[in-house]
Design a protein around this ligand. Structure first.
Ligand code: PEP
Ligand code: MG
Length: 595
């Protein structure tokens, strides 16, 4: 039966494919694709874990048998017996092997996928006793997952999945050789998970939770695939392998579509592809408005390799390299250590060289809030993660780590133009401390004779307090970059990752627009560089307004550059400036913006 779900539109386009369900479990589980040649070894890991759990249960059974009747009730022995049976049950083991060998899931992912399928079968049972065995099954799987923890191979970046094989397939599929598009469905995905999936080939994705500018959504946007977040119960309703349609523009997910609906969305998908082909022709065209104003279109990247997509899309530099993605998800991949100076230096140097002489703006680590280092810190661990120890606050509390990063960035600057960008500053004291540490890193490198380059220094304007003391910022920095994602969050007191208040997360709020406009105007007045690197910069609904407010530098995902360029080419800033003032003065700016 066709079901449609509504969520928040995150990334444009239509995806049609079979669902790959990523189920959250009580044990932290890594999700990645293995190589076809690793299938046997992965099944072997599962077998070893199963044998170990079987022995563990046997030991428990033996000790229960030796206990006195009052210490070991009969139920306990019976329960352990049930666990042994469930452990050996074909429905579980054969299913897991299927996901490993046919979909190339790692063993833990295969196990939680199969658990979810079998658990649903238990849910549908009429018999109370049998229905309650679901909890036992979950316990058995948890034991297996704990056994497997630590036995996962230290991951190289996961290869793209081979195509989803069908039962009739023979032999191995070639790399990237897909005939069934796969779409990802999950309750939640951490930015670190998303990074893993970024290297895979998914046609789209859906999550139950998340806001439009949550970091998970941001990484999804950078993958340039249709995506919907905040779809609430999607992961409950969708089943493994269901056909689903994701309409990333309308924020709609259709499960098990009828042939008529499929045909309609197939048409829409082709229209989207034609539009992209049309935009592609603009990639070498300079971004200049009708009245001759040159506009800088820069890229936001998460990994050095993203510089390839940035250059391809015609970016004239990187306006935001979110360096924290180099630090994230390492624990889940059995690597507890953070990247050292050399590893960071290599990563920054790759980005700099990838941009072929164009500037790269490296933002120092912005960890915390919805970007925990290990990908799993829960909100309960902190009272208010978005208001807590994140970004520069975290760096200043870990000065040794921060110095390592600063040295790595300064060293990379010897290979091409680098701008150093500091996130989340609010206090003059923080500015002073940061500048002192930058100077310290410079001196250390100088004393050791290590080559370093000059960098332009920039600060992000993400907190209203910062936007209201621009004078202090402009005394110390060469340029400012407006992080509208956080500026909106902190101006309106709306958690950007919380879909329950996403209707109040309003980029058009007069207070937000006022702070953005003032920052642009003051930088221009003082002849300092200013750019917007939040999601607003890549949203074509705001291009004309930002141009009208005097902005000439926009930083966004490479996938958004051409659509924004099209808007720039059609704009006349002379006409837009007075209209932008009207929008600023309005109580309901969204009405004038036609949103
Ligand atoms: C922002 O806040 O607008 C920004 C660009 O930083 P991030 O999205 O990484 O918090
Ligand atoms: Mg931010």
């Amino acid at each position: 039966m066709t079901v449609s779900l509504h969520g928040l539109a995150v990334a444009r386009g239509v995806a049609i494919g079979r669902a790959v369900l990523v189920v959250s479990s009580r044990v932290d589980v890594a999700h990645y694709f293995i190589q076809a040649s690793e299938v046997e070894a992965e099944i072997g890991r599962l077998r070893t874990a199963r044998d170990a759990v079987a022995q563990e249960l046997q030991r428990l059974q033996a000790s229960v048998a030796q206990m006195k009747r009052e210490d070991a009730p009969h139920e306990l022995a019976a329960l352990l017996e049930v666990h042994q049976m469930l452990l050996q049950d074909d429905a579980l083991t054969e299913g897991v092997k299927h996901w490993i060998s046919e979909r190339l899931y790692n063993a833990e992912w295969a196990l939680t996928t199969q658990l979810e399928i079998v658990a649903r079968q238990f849910d549908e049972m009429e018999d109370d006793y049998l229905r309650e065995r679901k909890a036992d099954l979950e316990q058995v799987v948890e034991r297996l997952l704990r056994q497997m923890k630590g036995t996962a191979a230290v991951l190289a970046p996961p290869p793209p999945p081979r195509r989803a094989r069908t039962d009739s397939d023979e032999g191995e599929a070639g790399e990237g050789d897909f005939d069934v598009p796969l779409v990802l469905v999950a309750h939640d995905l951490s930015p670190a998970d998303m990074l893993q999936f970024k290297k895979s080939v998914f046609a789209g994705f859906v999550t139950d939770v998340g806001g439009k500018t949550s970091h998970t959504a941001i990484v999804a946007r950078s993958m340039d695939i249709p995506a919907v977040v905040g779809a609430r119960s999607a992961s409950q309703l969708v089943r493994q392998d269901d056909w689903i349609i994701i309409d990333g523009e309308a924020g709609v997910v259709i499960v098990d579509p009828s042939p008529i609906i499929l045909a309609e969305y197939g048409f829409k998908q082709r229209q989207g592809e034609l539009e992209r082909e049309r935009l592609w022709r603009l990639r070498h065209k300079p971004a200049v408005t009708l009245d001759g104003e040159a506009v800088e279109l820069l890229a936001n990247i998460e990994m050095p390799e993203d510089s390839t997509a940035a250059v391809k899309a015609g970016a004239v530099g990187v306006g935001l390299f979110r360096s924290e993605f180099l630090f994230m998800g390492r624990e889940a991949r059995s690597l507890t250590r953070l990247p050292d100076e050399d590893e960071q230096y290599e990563a920054y140097r790759r980005a700099v060289e990838g941009m072929r002489g164009m500037p790269v703006t490296i933002r120092t680590i912005d960890i915390g809030a919805d970007k925990p280092l290990d990908g799993k810190a829960s909100k309960q661990e902190y009272l208010n993660p978005a208001l807590g120890l994140r970004a520069i606050r975290w760096s200043l509390s870990e000065p040794a780590m921060f110095l390592v990063q600063l040295r790595a960035i300064l060293r990379a600057a010897a290979h091409g133009p680098v701008h150093l960008l500091i996130p989340m500053l609010a206090h003059a004291r923080e500015i002073r401390q940061t500048l002192a540490l930058i100077e310290h890193a410079r001196e250390e490198l100088r004393a050791q004779g290590v080559p370093q380059g000059e960098v332009k220094l920039g600060a992000m304007i993400e907190i209203p307090a910062a936007a209201m003391m621009l004078r202090v910022f402009l005394k110390h920095f060469d340029f400012l970059s407006i992080g509208t994602n956080d500026l909106i969050q902190y101006t309106l007191a709306i958690d950007r990752a919380d879909e329950a208040v996403s209707h109040l997360y309003d980029p058009c709020h007069p207070a937000v627009l006022r702070l953005v406009a003032d920052t642009i105007a003051e930088c221009r007045r003082q002849g300092k560089g200013v750019s917007v690197c939040g999601e607003m910069a890549g949203d074509v609904q705001f291009t004309r307004l930002l141009l009208g407010l005097g902005l000439r530098s926009f930083s966004m995902h490479p996938s958004q550059i051409l659509a924004v360029k099209q808007e720039v080419l059609r704009a006349d800033t002379g006409k837009l400036a007075p209209w932008a003032q009207q929008v600023l003065d309005s109580d309901e700016p969204s009405e004038l913006l036609g949103h």
